[in-house]
Design a protein around this ligand. Structure first.
Ligand code: PMP
Length: 980
């Protein structure tokens, strides 16, 4: 069809007066149709495609509600039909154009690959529930792009004349047909798009927005479709690493199973091979069609890279990318080594485990690496040691040879073995029964020298290997592959420096799960970014050596690796601070330091109450850890003396202490105490309050149950308005009384006996909101009148932070029945407590024992006591008062000229600064707050925000900050607010 006919068609049948251009395409003509406002795609189909098109129409209709991404929408033609018969045996159809460019024509980054994975998974998820019973014959039609029909490609491999290319294609097809296909077929099948190639993915404004072309739909395991998406994103330098992001993106939306990951790499290879075969097949039929050559240069260049990497190693790497341990049997082998009755022998005698030894530091951090035997001997001599050990998982600075650097790739630097240094000639023994798997003299400079690999088997028939390298040449004499070796049998002697191609005499002893087609170039070191994979592939040889002081130095991984690992091994429900995430490696006083040495004033952390790494806290912990740590079921002075010291900071009758480990746990115990005492269940809480992350406490935290993902307010809970005198429902003087009246009327709606009212004295999650004066006293009275108890949550604000008082409730002239304390108690050590009255504590004596494994242990108690001591010794409560007042005065002063500062409030070093767009309307300055926090981070100050509109700076620094730190903050605040 010519464009002019298409134009006529668009006007007559779809009512679109338009300009028309022909689009590139593989099978049928497609036209871009524009009417000046909207764009459309006009598709022309042959009669034999009608069933296929009906399927597509059905699927597109089902996907019309897809969230987050777009798929084409069908534009009905005359008489509301989507398919218009053209009379010449052809049919036409019109689809709405998805605004944007094709992936192939866009600049894309790693983040796009994640989005691509999410897109494929999102579409797959929807497609899984589409009923296609009616369409199975169309879906299962003979179709070369259907991975399940790989067998149909075999004959056409002969069309490939280039012998090298043919060899790679054959290898991939054989592997698929002979071993992988049966595993693919065994996976659950569903409807899949099967063609997320870079000409079918739409990118707009830097985001992946949609998927087009549903002409390749098939019924197959969804992993086949992901493999297609991956195939078009491969980078020959490291094909597997180049698709990590896509696979992770998919896994985020829809978890990939180990069985799916096992076949993914082979399916990706298959798609590349399929493309090459199909191009040859189609070119044979239609030598002039240019589109058929699309992707061919790319794919043909990729094939050698795909067949040169081990498909098994690729499988392990993809498992690791999704958070599964890389080698599926590594855990079993480690367990077997840890528990087997099989004889495990010492690799050298006398055993290194018992010898006097030193550890050599060959890491990049050591400026004086002892590399020669003389230098190593000198170090051993100086320490009176007989042997020296080289670490496992050490990031080393000794692998200078080209052998460790592949062109264009990251150097391999992390040691996967343990080195046992002893004089040349020292005998080496087999660790376990096994047989010779391979032996070889690797003579390249800094390579393995003469080495032997033994194969072993666990009781469940899982095979693994031990490798002994840098042996004498004579060690290889008389060996043959398959030769039986007994545990403890001498197999070698250590080689000299000359034989060992540049290394001092030692045995490099390595455990390896799978040699992954490495032949005799077996990796003894790996790239640091692949360390998690190789830890699994090569478990710590100390499972065999049993050197009690340890051999693993846990090389510092790259920040990018940590970021990727965090996504899969920790829950993604955990957020990260700041838009630019940071790797924080140390803290001292009021400052934190990132990996690059960046220094940040920490105004966020009220946990490090005395400052980060306070030397007295560290010393107390260290001393007590060296002496004793056990539970509270013995008389031990630490817990008892500390409980007394803590209780004495409270007014009568608060005098009985329960030790726990977190604020949430403290509040949970507070609830239990209150329920046991009152035998009631009803709860009063304040709007926006947060009291902890555990099930019972989410129920009394409106911040969570009314927030994203929340389940709403439970029946036994009533929420009273937050007594916010600045912008709440009642404002200014006298508002406390009005809020108290609201509290009382809310309480009346409870409809069941009241157990307790819980609140902070400054509602931190509400945006540092001080309770309006007079409110708490009246709310306590109303609570008690209704038979309930009053719980004060001091987790955020207590321990002298208020300046004027040691505890927040004291600001309101009340005495609670129960107080929960957490964060600051251990100045960074997880320590929390509940303090209550003897009467309530008595009610808790029910016969059911209260036992808390860690609560009040001697180490925690020693730390808690030290924190109390330091608050006194360093006069920190007074510091909180004076420095806090200085800070608030400074912000007030800035507020005279900066309109966006709406309110400054708080007490001591617990301060809120609320930003507004203008003071009149008090509309929340959410964006200013967000931008300011990023500006401050860039300028070396950590801040955080909270409140329902996230427009309140929460300032709650370590209690040791001085006016110098406040000046740094005020300067950043002023510059930030004036520049953003
Ligand atoms: N209560 C309040 C007021 C809190 O802010 C928090 C923690 N932010 C908790 C309780 C819970 O403490 P944790 O996180 O130690 O469980």
């Amino acid at each position: 069809m010519k464009p002019e006919n298409a134009q006529e068609l668009a006007a007559n049948h779809f009512g679109i007066a338009s300009e028309v251009t022909l689009l590139p395409g593989e099978r049928n003509p497609n036209f871009l149709v524009t009417n000046g406002v909207q764009k459309y795609v006009l598709k022309i189909h042959k009669a034999d495609e009608v069933a296929q098109i009906e399927l597509q129409e059905h699927v597109l209709a089902e996907l019309s509600g897809l969230s987050g991404f777009s798929v084409p929408k069908t534009i009905p033609g005359s008489e509301g039909k989507s398919l218009i018969a053209l009379g010449n045996g052809k049919f036409a159809r019109m689809l709405a154009w998805i605004p944007g460019e094709l992936w192939s024509a866009s600049e894309t980054a790693e983040s796009h690959k994640i989005a691509l994975g999410r897109l494929i998974a999102t579409v797959d998820h929807e497609l899984a529930s589409v009923d296609v019973t009616k369409y199975r014959s169309v879906l299962d039609r003979p179709f070369g792009w259907n991975a399940l029909q790989v067998q149909s490609l075999v004959d056409d491999v002969e069309l490939i004349k280039n012998a090298e290319l043919k060899k790679h294609v054959k290898l991939i097809l054989d592997r698929m047909i002979n071993s992988t296909l049966s595993k693919v077929i065994a996976l659950p099948h569903q409807l899949i798009h099967n063609d997320a190639n870079d000409n079918n993915v739409v990118v707009h404004d830097g985001s992946v927005v949609g998927l087009i072309d549903f002409g390749d739909l098939i019924y197959a395991p969804r992993i086949c479709g992901l493999a297609v998406g991956c195939a078009y994103q491969l980078d020959a330098r490291d094909p597997v690493a180049s698709i990590y992001a896509i696979v992770r993106g998919y896994h985020e939306v829809s978890a990939l199973s180990p069985a799916e990951l096992e076949v993914l790499f082979d399916l990706i290879c298959l798609r590349v091979a399929t493309s090459v075969v199909m191009a040859h097949r189609q070119l044979a039929a239609d030598p002039d069609n240019e589109y058929l050559g699309v992707s061919q240069d790319f794919f043909q260049a990729l094939l050698p890279a795909l067949t040169s990497v081990s498909d098994r190693l690729s499988h392990y790497r993809l498992r690791n990318a999704c958070g599964y341990e890389a080698h599926p049997d590594s855990r079993h082998v480690r367990q077997w080594l840890a528990t087997t009755d099989a004889k495990i022998s010492d690799v050298v005698m006398p055993p290194f485990a018992n010898a006097k030894k030193i550890w050599l530091d060959w890491s990049g951090e050591n400026k004086n690496i002892a590399r020669s035997w003389e230098a190593i001997e000198a170090e051993m001599h100086a320490a009176g040691a007989d042997v020296a050990i080289g670490h496992y998982c050490e990031d080393r600075n000794v692998y200078e040879s080209d052998f460790f650097v592949d062109e264009g790739k990251e150097s391999r630097t992390v040691h996967l073995a343990v080195d046992l240094f002893a004089p040349a000639g020292t005998p080496v023994y087999a660790a376990l029964d096994g047989k010779v798997f391979l032996f070889h003299d690797n003579t390249d400079h800094l390579d393995n020298g003469p080495m032997i690999v033994l194969e072993h088997e666990t009781d469940q028939g899982v095979k693994f290997h031990t490798l002994y390298a840098h042996l004498s040449r004579a060690s290889l004499d008389g060996l043959s592959v398959g030769k039986e070796i007994k545990s403890g049998q001498q197999i070698a002697t250590m080689g000299t420096e000359e034989v060992n191609v540049g290394w001092p005499p030692h045995t490099h002893f390595q455990l390896i799960m799978d040699l992954c087609d490495m032949a005799h170039d077996i990796w003894g070191v790996a790239a640091i970014s692949e360390l998690p994979v190789w830890r699994s592939m090569c478990p710590n040889p100390n499972l065999i050596l049993r050197i009690p002081e340890g051999t693993d130095v846990h090389a510092h991984m790259k920040t990018e690796t940590l970021a990727q690992e965090r996504e899969v091994v920790l829950s993604r429900a955990l957020s990260l601070n700041f838009q630019k995430h940071l790797e924080i490696v140390s803290g001292k006083g009021a400052y934190l330091y990132d990996r690059d040495g960046g220094k940040y004033l920490d105004l966020v952390n009220n946990v490090a109450h005395l400052g980060h790494s306070h030397p007295r806290v560290v010393a107390a912990a260290h001393k007590q850890m060296l002496t004793l740590n056990t539970n509270t079921r013995y008389w031990n002075q630490n817990a008892i003396e500390y409980a007394r010291a803590l209780a004495s900071t409270f007014p009568d009758p608060l005098s009985v202490v329960f030790f726990v480990n977190s604020g949430s746990e403290a509040n949970d115990l507070a609830l239990r105490l209150a329920r046991t005492h009152t035998k009631a269940n009803g709860m009063m809480v304040l709007e926006h309050a947060y009291h902890g992350h555990i099930t019972s406490i989410i129920d009394i935290s409106p911040y969570k149950f009314n927030g994203p993902g929340g389940q709403g307010c439970p029946d036994h809970v009533r929420v009273a308005p937050i007594p916010d005198a600045y912008k709440g429902i009642h404002r200014g003087e006298g508002s406390g009384d009005k809020y108290a009246a609201d509290f009382a009327s809310t309480l009346k709606t409870l409809g069941q006996p009241l157990c307790a009212f819980i609140s902070e004295s400054i509602v931190s999650s509400g945006g540092q909101v001080p309770l309006a004066p007079g409110f708490l006293k009246q709310a306590f009275a109303a609570t008690r009148a209704a038979g309930g108890l009053c719980i004060s949550d001091e987790v955020q604000i207590g321990m002298g932070r208020m300046g004027k008082s040691f505890w927040g409730f004291e600001l309101h002239d009340v005495v609670p029945d129960i107080v929960s304390i957490g964060k600051p108690l251990g100045s960074g050590h997880p320590l929390a407590a509940v303090v209550t009255t003897p009467e309530i504590a008595n009610s808790f004596i029910t016969g059911m024992e209260y036992f808390n494994t860690f609560g009040g242990n001697p180490v925690s108690a020693a730390i808690g006591q030290t924190v109390l001591d330091v608050i006194v010794d360093e006069a920190l409560q007074r510091n909180a008062l004076t420095v806090g007042n200085y800070l608030m005065a400074g912000v007030h002063e800035l507020g005279k000229s900066i309109e966006t500062i709406g309110d400054v409030r708080g007490s001591g070093l617990f301060i809120g600064v609320e930003f507004v767009t203008d003071r009149e309307s008090q509309s929340p300055g959410t964006k200013v707050t967000k931008d300011l926090i990023e500006f401050a981070r860039e300028n070396g100050v950590f801040l955080s925000s909270d409140g329902p509109a996230d427009n309140v700076l929460k300032i709650k620094p370590p209690m040791i900050i001085g006016t110098k730190e406040v000046d740094i903050f005020l300067d950043v605040l002023e510059r930030g607010l004036k520049s953003i």
